[in-house]
Ligand binder design. Structure first.
Ligand SMILES: [Cu+2]
Length: 134
């Protein structure tokens, strides 16, 4: 009898745990930024995005070879993201590849593509605090 009670308790704990997890996921969005073009035609679409803290950014390469690289001393550039934010660099991404980044600090993030930075292949996203998490 004690075993059955224990099993039921574990089952309830498991189910409520899954429920809480699903609720959390429902609040965060995945925001897609497309990477298109080649050479001087390369661009992030949209080039500027507004997202909420907790959202997941998904970069998808549709054409060419590109990177998603933060303006940060780690990448030998002046700081262009919030001071306490983690630097990022996707490395080379090819057509069909995806790369994900979840910022956990609010503020403005400037980034660029290594192969096409001089051709103007740059982007920016702004992370705002979501009311839900405040
Ligand atoms: Cu590029």
């Amino acid at each position: 009898m004690k075993l059955i009670v224990l099993h039921i308790t574990l089952l309830v704990l498991t189910v409520s745990g899954l429920y809480a997890q699903n609720n959390q996921n429902a609040e965060a969005d995945t925001v897609t930024i497309r990477i298109v073009g080649s050479m001087e035609n390369s661009r992030f679409v949209p080039a500027e995005a507004d997202i909420q803290k907790g959202d997941l950014l998904r970069f998808v390469v549709e054409e060419g070879i590109h990177t998603v690289t933060a303006y940060h001393p780690d990448n030998r550039r002046e700081l262009g993201i919030p001071e306490s934010a983690e630097s990022f660099d996707s490395d080379l991404l090819q057509k069909g590849q995806e790369w994900f980044y979840r910022p956990n600090v609010t503020g403005e993030y400037n980034y660029f593509c290594r192969p096409h930075e001089r051709m103007g292949h740059k982007g920016k996203f702004t992370v705002r605090s979501s009311d839900k998490n405040n």
